[in-house]
Each structure stands twice: as structure tokens, then as C-alpha cells.
Design a protein around this ligand. Structure first.
Ligand code: MLT
Length: 261
């Protein structure tokens, strides 16, 4: 079912009586990156995805976003749908949102799943890369930015062997408005450091990393997982930054096993 909540496109699959499972996508993608997870997990869980403001079908408005406003959006969805003790799963930018959401309101969630993400904020080099991205969008358009950025999100092997799937991700990402994509870049550049909070996380946490992830590599994610008391860290062999998309079957299996414990 597709619904509009506070100008966000929200999608629910599964029976409302089941445990809620909220999935927050990465940048510059949309909710459809979770299609394979939803297909499997909706048999057992009430799955909720949405397009982050400015991406997919959620319009950009004035394009002035912060990580806090992204967390506000998530909170509104959780409240509006009356989701109690959701499992919260986020990839990369979705992970930044999820970590900050748990820092702000852990009581609303039962389990955290962090895919290919990190708790550190952007350093100076990272901020300059965001600025260069915004400049590229202003001068050459969002399509050029997407063509340059998205290849970093996949393993070489996936791009070579899954040409159609990869092309479809590029095509969808290029449909995003420049205001939305630039707004996300600024929100990520201005996000807080959630590292000091890691030790305070009390809900069970699964940390998933693609072996070939160039953006949030295994060493970075392992050290984040080491800081979370009740956590498990897994590496997905051969996958890049989009591990749940590239290796959906393995990731789904790992999530189900973790949730059964
Ligand atoms: C993402 O996949 O969401 C982005 O790579 C995150 C980022 O650029 O920091």
C-alpha cells in the first residue's frame, strides 16, 4: 500500500498485526532498493519503507534538509502508523538517519540493523567532496553527478555481471531533482557524530558490511560494531556498498537468523 504522510511517499507491505520493520534507503536511491528484502521479510513482518524527502517520489520542497529533519520525518511516520517497537534498518545515509533516530528515541525501536554505514560525521575532505558534488550538479546537472557517484556504491563484479539491475538504479537515481540531491548532500555534510552514542545503544544491533565496500569499508564498520555492546558484525563476501541489493539472498538470511535469536 502506498500512502502520503506529511508529503512523504510511504509504502507498507505485510500484515499490520506483525512486528513492524522499517527500512531506510541510501543516497541517492529510493525505497525500491529494498524490494528483495520486502519480498522476503513481509511474509513475517509489517514492512514499512519510504522515499526520503527530496528523493524518489517524496518531493524536495525547498530542498533545505538537515539530518535532524530527516529523523523528524521518520518519527512522524512511526507515530502516524502507530508502529510499536519497530525493527529499524538503514543503509548508508539511511544508517545515519537510523543511528541518530535511535540516539533520539531508542524506546521506539526493538532492534537496529546497520548496513554499509558509519557513525563518524564528514571530515574536512568529506565536506569538500559534498561541495564539489553540489558544484557539479549546478554546472552539469544531477545526471552527471549520479553517473559519477553511483559506481562507487557497487562492487566491480556486480556492475559487470548485473548490467540491467545496475542500469535501472542509475536511471532511477537520475530522475531525482537537483534540489533534492543537493539538499541531501548538505544534510549529510552537516550531520552530527553519533560515535559517542554507540556504547549507549542497548537494543540488539546487527552490523552488515559488503566486503568490497569502498565508502564504508569493513575496517570502519568493524570498529563501529566493536563499540556497540549487544552487536554482531557480518561481512558479505564479494558485495560492495549496496550489500543488501547486490547479495539480497545472503543478507535476508542473515537478518532472519539474527531476528530469530
Ligand atoms: C549512501 O549510500 O547513502 C551514501 O554513500 C552516503 C554518503 O555519501 O555518505
Amino acid at each position: 500500500m502506498s500512502i502520503n504522510i506529511n508529503d512523504l511517499s510511504v509504502f507498507t507491505v505485510g500484515e499490520k498485526k506483525n512486528t513492524p520493520f522499517v527500512l531506510v534507503h541510501g543516497f541517492p536511491f529510493n525505497h525500491s532498493m529494498w524490494d528483495e528484502q520486502i519480498k522476503e521479510l513481509s511474509k513475517q513482518y509489517y514492512c514499512v519503507t519510504y522515499d526520503i524527502r527530496g528523493l524518489g517520489e517524496s518531493s524536495a520542497g525547498d530542498g533545505q534538509f538537515t539530518m535532524e529533519s530527516f529523523v523528524d520525518d521518520l518519527e512522524i511516520i512511526v507515530n502516524e502508523l502507530e508502529l510499536k517497537k519497530s525493527i529499524l534498518c538503514g543503509l548508508s545515509m539511511g544508517g545515519y538517519i537510523s543511528l541518530r533516530a535511535v540516539e533520539r528515541m531508542e524506546v521506539k525501536f526493538s532492534t537496529l540493523i546497520l548496513c554499509d554505514t558509519k557513525s563518524d560525521p564528514d571530515n574536512s575532505e568529506g565536506k569538500l567532496k559534498r561541495a564539489a558534488g553540489i558544484k557539479m550538479i549546478n554546472e552539469e546537472g544531477v545526471e552527471k553527478f549520479v553517473r559519477q557517484f553511483v559506481p562507487n556504491c557497487f562492487s566491480e563484479n556486480f556492475m559487470a555481471t548485473h548490467k540491467e539491475e545496475y542500469k535501472s538504479v542509475i536511471n532511477k537515481s537520475q530522475l531525482n531533482s537537483s534540489a533534492g540531491v543537493k539538499g541531501c548532500l548538505l544534510a549529510m555534510a552537516g550531520r552530527t557524530d553519533t560515535t559517542p552514542f554507540l556504547q549507549k545503544i542497548s537494543i540488539p544491533t546487527l552490523v552488515i558490511c559488503g566486503e568490497k565496500d569502498k565508502l564504508t569499508p569493513p575496517a570502519v564498520m568493524k570498529s563501529m560494531a566493536n563499540n556497540i555492546n549487544n552487536s554482531e558484525f557480518i561481512i558479505v563476501r564479494g558485495a560492495g556498498h549496496m550489500a543488501p541489493f547486490e547479495s539480497a539472498k545472503i543478507v535476508n538470511q542473515k537478518i532472519k537468523e539474527f531476528l530469530m535469536r
